[in-house]
Design a protein around this ligand. Structure first.
Ligand SMILES: Cc1cc2nc3c(=O)[nH]c(=O)nc-3n(C[C@H](O)[C@H](O)[C@H](O)COP(=O)(O)OP(=O)(O)OC[C@H]3O[C@@H](n4cnc5c(N)ncnc54)[C@H](O)[C@@H]3O)c2cc1C
Length: 411
């Protein structure tokens, strides 16, 4: 009897489904040690870095296996949040751009859940326009010294390493003088401060870099080629974020809202909104399924990743409106221990972040307009102008921020 590729994939699915059922904790605590243990178990079972090359510590399998993993994992709440940036963005960028030495040093511990990474792009004056960044890397011997401030750095509180963008040549136009480095988050001069968001959690941080040394082996990609490295990582980021939205059970999916409607009674307006939500959710699922099939067939998602990212953020907004309508007064007061209500509340308070993280809705619309619809590009007044001639940014030092915060009476 011969085994076809289809049989092998079915076996893969069956074994994976059994493994997930046995190993994913029923009620994940969200604790970082739990995430590390789970990531290590994924690695031992051969489910970490499924498509990464074997010489980078991965499994060397294809997009078909990756797709099966995404489909099967969607049924579980896997405790992997501290590893989303490591596995979804930094790791794949090292696979694409890292030297052999960097791949050997950084990828295996990342895949085994021993080391966590963060992405240090955004600054107080450089978010949508990342290339306006001011964090500088000044040559020093055979390395550089980093000084500057980063903000909204998810997972920095746990991170061992970060992929950081810094300005290495202010005499070049803003996109041309940036370099991506690997920075040790425990190095002298790195200060991480949590930022509390409206859910009450502190998923991201401010990071200050005060004369932090990096060596020649810490350049990721080319010196002054950091913009192209950033574009590589942002491409991985959009795909990761689209996948997340499929998986997250945040109380705002059609199924959980329909259940809320059954419990609280759905009036005709609520029914109309639920039907509208179902239709939009289904369209997005089909769009994402098609993108995945095209990826399996070898086509890069390119700018179309922005369509999925924007549509996902808009879908969540619709879900929030529907949840508000269904919950009524329960939006502001509910019985203790009503897990459904708490998860809707968390979903509502988390939703604004999805319109911003990974590039705002306006920026996605700009990308779709320019690169997919072929509309005229926004005028760029800084094209060809040396960065040092531009007026950008609002940087402070860690010490400056402390003094400013003390003055305002905030911690
Ligand atoms: C939950 C979360 C996690 C994050 N994690 C990270 C992380 O780990 N690492 C990291 O580096 N960053 C992270 N970020 C930062 C995120 O990438 C930025 O917040 C985002 O790119 C927007 O930048 P900004 O906040 O500076 O807003 P701004 O760029 O100041 O934008 C303000 C407003 O102006 C609009 N706008 C700006 N430019 C244009 C334009 N050209 N056309 C139309 N409208 C425009 C924007 O859409 C927005 O509505 C995270 C953000 C969130 C919310």
């Amino acid at each position: 009897m011969t085994t076809t590729a289809e049989d092998r994939l079915q076996d893969y699915r069956r074994t994976l489904r059994g493994w997930l059922g046995e190993h994913v904790p029923a009620n994940p605590t969200g604790d970082v040690e739990e995430a590390k243990a789970f990531q290590a178990a994924l690695y031992d079972a051969g489910y970490s870095g499924i498509t990464w090359p074997k010489d980078s510590g991965g499994q060397g399998l294809g997009q078909a296996e990756q797709q099966i993993f995404a489909e099967e994992a969607a049924a579980f709440e896997m405790p992997v949040r501290p590893f989303l940036i490591s596995m979804g963005m930094c790791g794949p960028t090292i696979v694409d751009l890292g030297t052999d030495e960097q791949k050997r040093r950084y990828l295996p511990p990342l895949l085994r859940g021993e080391e966590i990474w963060c992405q240090l792009f955004s600054e107080p004056g450089a978010g949508s326009d990342v290339a306006s960044l001011q964090c500088k890397a000044v040559p020093d011997g055979d390395g550089w010294v980093l000084t500057g401030q980063k903000v909204w750095t998810s997972n920095a509180q746990w991170a061992d390493y970060g992929a950081i963008l810094a300005r290495t040549d202010p005499d070049r136009p803003k996109h041309g003088g940036i370099t991506m480095f690997v920075v040790d988050m425990r190095a002298p001069g790195v200060t991480v401060r949590p930022l509390v968001d409206m859910t009450g959690g502190a998923p991201f941080n401010e990071v200050y870099l005060d004369a932090v040394r990096v060596g020649p082996g810490d350049v990721l990609g080319e010196v002054n080629g950091g913009w192209s490295a950033a574009v590589t990582m942002l491409g991985h980021e959009r795909v990761t974020i689209s996948g997340l939205r499929q998986k997250r059970s945040n109380g705002l999916t059609f199924d959980s809202l329909a259940e809320l409607g059954r419990r609280h009674g759905a009036d005709p307006v609520a029914r109309d909104r639920l039907a509208d939500l179902y239709a939009h959710q289904r369209v997005l699922e089909l769009f994402n399924a098609r993108m995945r099939q095209e990826t399996v067939a070898g086509a890069a998602p390119g700018s179309r990743g922005s369509v999925g990212k924007l549509a996902g953020a808009m879908l969540l907004r619709r879900a929030v409106d529907t949840a508000g309508h269904l919950a009524g007064a329960n939006m502001v007061a509910w019985e203790d221990g009503d897990a459904g209500a708490e998860s809707v509340e968390l979903g509502i308070n988390s939703t604004p972040a999805s319109n911003i993280a990974g590039g705002t809705n306006e920026i996605q619309r700009g990308i779709i307009g320019d690169r997919i619809l072929g509309l005229p590009r926004e005028p760029q007044v800084d094209r060809g102008v040396a960065f040092r001639e531009l007026k950008v940014g609002t940087q402070t030092s860690a010490a400056g921020a402390t003094a400013e915060q003390a003055e305002k009476g905030v911690s």
